[in-house]
Design a protein around this ligand. Structure first.
Ligand code: PLP
Length: 379
């Protein structure tokens, strides 16, 4: 049966499928190598807290039962951790699910959303799913062009996405800039502040977005246990917003959306601040080392506040990605997702992994001539 025979919604056909980074085992199998490293999906190379692993082992005995639908204990601990009332919190199957719920709750056909480009691809997907129009505004100097984004807001704009720090570039917007956006957005539009990399940030003028939630402003803040807490495989993230916004998100949330192992692991992770401190420290050192090594090779690394670096390799990034892949290093290639043909996004790894990446990079660039701008640039 061909797709033409199916009653597929027209809106769905416009969605570009999400292409995840290749799993390690697949790369090792394809290239007949071992010991490959994956620096493609911004996962934490140090892994989760041992307390989280122990909690999961304990909870594994009870997987015959459905999980706690309200995430009762996790929500209680998270509320305490954040000093935020529980009514401001919603847990999701990854923060991705909260994004999806935001689309379902706030977007009707014919509405639109505003986002930066390149930025996190799910904003566009979740908009298209709802038959709404994604308005993508190019970054300026790798950073959100908030004025240009505000200009695209009209009476049908419901969600205004700011990815802070931005994936894939690692840049951030300041407290003053976010406050200006909130002051200028009409009441018919919510700000969605995606802070998936919040715990890695060290810029002093980064916004304290929980204050805005406490003040009852019209925004949703998203954070996750996938990145610094190293629980990406479990799928658990959360949203913070005014109680009426949280209620709207709950309306479309599937029951039992956060599984029981994820709930206990997230709870145990909150009780292990050591793991976060260590991860942040390793990331900072890795960031400095990689930036220095790249500069030495004449490659521009965009200054990052996250656990990845966006790098202009001055080469055809797709070919470079292939050359790295066959040397057992998996990175994200800018070309098709980001529209930057010479860029790669590399997750900051352990010192050994970073070294491995640089070694592979040195070999790979010898295989590829410097990139020349094509006469007619594909849009
Ligand atoms: C990784 C990531 C997420 C998704 O996180 P999950 O909680 O694993 O769904 C959301 N936003 C951005 C910008 C990310 O990079």
């Amino acid at each position: 049966m061909s797709a033409a025979d199916l009653p597929i919604r027209e809106a769905i056909t416009r969605i570009r499928p999400y292409r995840p980074g290749k799993p390690l085992q697949e790369v090792e199998r394809e290239y007949g190598i071992t010991g490959a490293v994956k620096l493609a999906s911004n996962e934490n190379p140090l892994g989760p807290s041992p307390r989280a692993v122990a909690a999961m082992q304990e909870a594994a005995r009870d997987v015959a039962f459905y999980p706690e639908d309200s995430c009762f204990y996790l929500k209680r601990d998270l509320a305490e951790h954040l000093s935020l009332p529980e009514e401001n919190l919603i847990l999701g199957n990854g923060s991705d699910e909260i994004l999806h719920c935001a689309g379902l709750s706030f977007l009707s056909p014919g509405d639109n959303t505003v986002m930066a480009h390149p930025s996190f691809v799910m904003y566009e997907t979740d908009t298209l799913v709802c038959d709404a129009e994604p308005r993508k505004v190019p970054l300026t100097d790798y950073t959100h062009d908030l004025d240009a984004m505000l200009e695209r807001v009209d009476a049908r704009t419901r969600l205004f996405f700011v990815c802070n720090p931005n994936n894939p570039t690692g840049t951030y917007v300041t407290r003053a800039e976010i406050e200006r956006v909130m002051d200028r957005l009409p009441d018919s539009c919510l700000l969605v502040l995606d802070e998936a990399y919040y715990e890695y940030v060290d810029a002093p003028d980064y916004p304290q977005s929980l204050d805005y939630v406490r003040e009852g402003r019209r925004l949703i803040v998203l954070r996750t246990f996938s990145k610094i807490y190293a629980l990406a495989g479990l799928r658990v993230g959360y949203g913070m917003a005014r109680p009426d916004i949280v209620q709207a998100l709950h309306q479309v949330r599937p029951p039992f959306n956060v599984n029981s192992l994820a709930q206990v692991a997230a709870q145990a992770s909150l009780a292990d601040p050591e793991q976060v401190t260590r991860s942040r420290e390793v990331n900072r050192q890795g960031r400095d080392t990689l930036t220095r090594e790249l500069e030495r090779r004449g490659m521009r690394a965009v200054p990052t506040q996250a656990n990845f670096i966006y790098i202009d390799t001055a080469r055809d990034a797709r070919r470079l990605g292939e050359e790295l892949l066959c040397r057992g290093v998996i990175v994200r290639v800018g070309d098709w997702i980001f529209g930057d043909p010479t860029f790669i996004r590399v997750t900051i790894g352990t010192p050994e992994q970073n070294e491995r990446f640089i070694e592979a990079l040195d070999k790979a660039i010898r295989e590829i001539p410097p990139y020349e701008e094509p006469l007619a640039k594909a849009s």
